[in-house]
Design a protein around this ligand. Structure first.
Ligand SMILES: O=P(O)(O)OC[C@H]1O[C@H](OP(=O)(O)OP(=O)(O)O)[C@H](O)[C@@H]1O
Ligand SMILES: Nc1nc2[nH]cnc2c(=O)[nH]1
Length: 190
């Protein structure tokens, strides 16, 4: 069921960001072109594997969570909010410091209320820095995090997030970079 995702991940170009090996894929970069069947495979698997019956909001992270949240929102009729890189200065805005393997910056959470039931969706978990920071901030707001989904796991980010936050991360594929090539295995039973 995830053959298109797997095949396209295996074809990912690898570029360097400093010392960091960075794969380039439509899910995680918007280039090369996203073929709708890849997006559809992802949404179908999530709908099958995640209990979405009682979810108030889908939460995603700018930029590369937005197309995933959009596709899932259209299919499920659950609204979504984006954790933005832009500061708005709105009442209740919560800043989050995000550190990845190649960047650091602030993210800003708005319009999430205590006790809302949410799922988080992002494109990739690598060092785990992004999800750890976001989950900790969402816990201080008091939202009820029902599930966390990252389409691709890389390095040991998934395990680190689980260790640091106590919350499991559902991934669909694991990507390793060996001799500058992407090596991919699916991580979900269909
Ligand atoms: O597990 P980590 O090491 O934290 O990496 C994962 C994060 O890296 C990417 O975000 P990036 O900040 O590059 O922004 P983008 O979505 O705009 O590409 C990706 O979208 C994840 O949010
Ligand atoms: N596209 C892409 N996004 C990332 N986010 C964290 N690591 C990566 C990576 O290797 N590729």
């Amino acid at each position: 069921m995830l053959e298109n995702l797997k095949k396209s991940l295996e074809e990912s170009p690898i570029v360097k960001k400093g010392d960091y090996d960075y794969f380039v894929h439509p899910v995680t970069d918007g280039i090369p072109a996203m073929h709708p069947e890849v997006l559809k495979e992802i949404v179908d698997v999530i709908k099958n594997k995640v209990d979405l019956s009682d979810i108030d909001k889908i939460v995603c992270v700018e930029a590369m969570g937005i197309h995933l949240a959009t596709a899932l929102s259209i299919e499920t009729e659950i609204p979504f909010v984006v954790i933005r890189k832009r500061e708005y200065g709105l009442l209740g805005e919560v800043p989050v410091f995000q550190k990845t393997g190649y960047s650091e910056q602030n993210l800003y959470i708005n319009f999430l209320n205590p006790s809302e039931k949410i799922i988080i969706i992002d494109d990739v978990v690598s060092t785990g820095g992004t999800l750890i920071a976001i989950i900790k901030a969402l816990k201080t707001i008091g939202v009820d995090i029902k599930d966390v989904i990252a389409i691709v796991e890389k390095y040991d980010g998934k395990e680190l997030v689980e260790k640091e936050t106590g919350i499991k991360v559902l991934t669909l594929a694991k990507l390793d970079i060996i001799d500058s090539k992407a090596v991919v295995e699916l991580t979900i039973e269909e």
